[in-house]
Design a binder for this molecule. Structure first.
Ligand SMILES: Cc1cc2nc3c(=O)[nH]c(=O)nc-3n(C[C@H](O)[C@H](O)[C@H](O)COP(=O)(O)OP(=O)(O)OC[C@H]3O[C@@H](n4cnc5c(N)ncnc54)[C@H](O)[C@@H]3O)c2cc1C
Length: 488
């Protein structure tokens, strides 16, 4: 029996499990690709009276950015697939909740427009990207000091030359670092000589002042690692992307990014609320068993696009795998994000600027008024305050953290201001990013077994872009191995 993806899903899962798009599209097979095996989406004859497993071309497990990118690549070649996701929506770590009319991203995230893969796969215009100021305000010595990108805010940068955040020499080293990263390819930066970020900064000659007051809070906030032990390769890559693009937020929340990718896929190919329990391979048939006991099979293989700790649980021990390390580097990178609402009149600045803590004291690493960047993050007249800490603070309750944060920000902005904000919600993200301290391999091959591919940020750079690249590459490796690549 030949079945389409549409009928396949409807026999497999109740309609509420499927991803609902506004436009209902059906999967249509284009003319056969060359060279390729005749694609037969067939249901094998059941050996026993067991229910017949659903069969498709490829099964992708995990609908974060990497799984979505893999699915988009498969779909571009009309390969039938199912994308199985444990959660109730796509996005993985890139999700946004709507609470009382506020858009709350699950942890502070910035979309850098300079990401090379993102530029290719995303439609920036539709994302309606809202820009941050290119630079930051550093809290140090009881006041704020501006650090500005001289190419975008020249006069601010000149004025900031003499501030205490770093010497004039430090600021010239930033310009030299920019030239160094811009004159190398991404490939070179991601696979070149590496050390920790902190060692690189010292080797370049940056002073302790600029390291402690700017690099620790700024890049520590990106890596969730104030020690800056993260590989210099990631520092170089992100430094380059920052130089090439803007820091932004999509007007509809960070989840607009995965949602845009999901909207490119056939509406019934994404199956939500479907955690996978195991992946097996015998006689060249790949079997995926869901936690609810349902079984799916794929003809060409399986792409595992789950976060590293889940991938280790799902794969380690079961497969004789090349190129897959079952040891997770510790500590994994965690963060806490605390949201407050305010009247717009209770916000001390209008600038769409990131505030970072260069004082070396307190628990706040960075904060910003999200509605200054994207007014759509709050209902009319209201402001959204987003405060980020590095680490998980497991021993402290949400209430304790709230009190500490308000106290700390009262010294930044005055008790009348910070004391007037209303607490909204706390997000604790245990696995925000994998630990990417040296030695790293940020270009891991996606093939981990016969017909088995792994992708995700832990296999490349722990960024949106790294996840997107690794998903595409996993799909391409499968297409190549199965001779499904369209003849050019
Ligand atoms: C708070 C925070 C801030 C960040 N800020 C930035 C930033 O500013 N810039 C940047 O570039 N990057 C940032 N990142 C990193 C970036 O979000 C990640 O690198 C990227 O989203 C990882 O995508 P992924 O597909 O590899 O994994 P994930 O997004 O983790 O996707 C994995 C998916 O697999 C699903 N899954 C897991 N187990 C199973 C199972 N058994 N069965 C089915 N499905 C399963 C999960 O539910 C999830 O949807 C941030 C991350 C966090 C958490």
């Amino acid at each position: 029996m030949t079945i389409t993806t549409h009928s396949l899903i409807s026999t497999f899962t109740p309609p509420h499990h499927t991803f609902n798009h506004h436009h209902h599209r059906h999967h249509q097979l284009k003319p056969p690709l060359k060279p390729r095996a005749q694609l037969s989406l067939t249901t094998p004859q059941p050996p026993t009276s067991q229910p017949t497993p659903t069969t498709t071309g490829v099964i992708v497990i995990g609908a974060g950015l990497s799984g979505l990118a893999a699915a988009v690549r498969l779909h571009a070649d009309n390969i039938p697939f199912l994308l199985l996701e444990a959660a109730d929506a796509v996005g993985g770590r890139v999700r946004t909740d709507t609470v009382d009319g506020f858009l709350l991203d699950r942890g502070f995230q910035i979309f850098i427009t300079g990401y090379p893969e993102a530029r290719k796969i995303l439609d920036y215009k539709t994302l309606d990207l809202q820009k941050f100021y290119s630079g930051a305000k550093v809290y140090y010595g009881g006041r704020f000091h501006t650090v500005a990108d001289p190419l975008r805010h020249f006069s601010d940068a000149i004025q900031s030359l003499t501030n205490p955040i770093g010497s004039v020499f430090d600021k010239s080293l930033i310009a030299l670092t920019r030239v160094r990263v811009l004159t190398q390819s991404d490939e070179q930066l991601l696979s070149g000589e590496e050390t920790s970020t902190i060692s690189l900064l010292k080797r370049i000659g940056f002073s302790d002042s600029i390291v402690d007051r700017f690099f620790r809070p700024f890049f520590g906030g990106i890596f969730f690692d104030r020690e800056l032990e993260t590989t210099s390769r990631l520092f170089d890559f992100i430094f380059k992307c920052l130089a090439l693009g803007d820091n932004t937020l999509p007007a509809k929340g960070i989840s607009a990014i995965p949602e845009q990718l999901a909207a490119k896929l056939p509406s019934n190919s994404i199956i939500l609320n479907s955690p996978v329990a195991s992946v097996d391979n015998s006689d060249s048939i790949y079997t995926v068993t869901l936690k609810n006991g349902e079984v799916l099979q794929s003809e060409y293989g399986v792409i595992v696009a789950v976060e590293e700790p889940e991938a280790v649980k799902l794969l380690a021990g079961e497969w004789n795998m090349d190129n897959f390390c079952s040891e997770i580097k510790q500590p994994v990178r965690s963060t806490v994000c605390i949201y407050f609402s305010a009247e717009r009149s209770q916000v001390p600045v209008d600038d769409p600027v990131l505030f970072i803590n260069g004082s070396g004291r307190g628990i706040v690493n960075n904060m910003f008024f999200a509605t200054n960047v994207a007014p759509s993050y709050g209902p009319p007249g209201k402001a959204l305050v987003s405060v980020s800490l590095i680490g998980l603070y497991e021993d402290e309750s949400d209430e304790d953290l709230r009190v500490r944060v308000v106290e700390e920000l009262s010294s930044w902005f005055g008790p009348d201001v910070a004391g007037s904000w209303t607490y909204l919600k706390t997000y604790r993200v245990r696995f925000a990013q994998p630990n990417q301290c040296p030695p790293t391999d940020l270009r891991k091959n996606s093939k981990v077994g016969n017909g088995l591919y792994a992708c995700g940020d832990y296999r490349t750079s722990a960024t949106f872009d790294g996840a997107l690249v690794s998903g595409r590459e996993a799909a391409e490796a499968l297409l190549k191995d199965r001779s499904l690549v369209r003849a050019s």
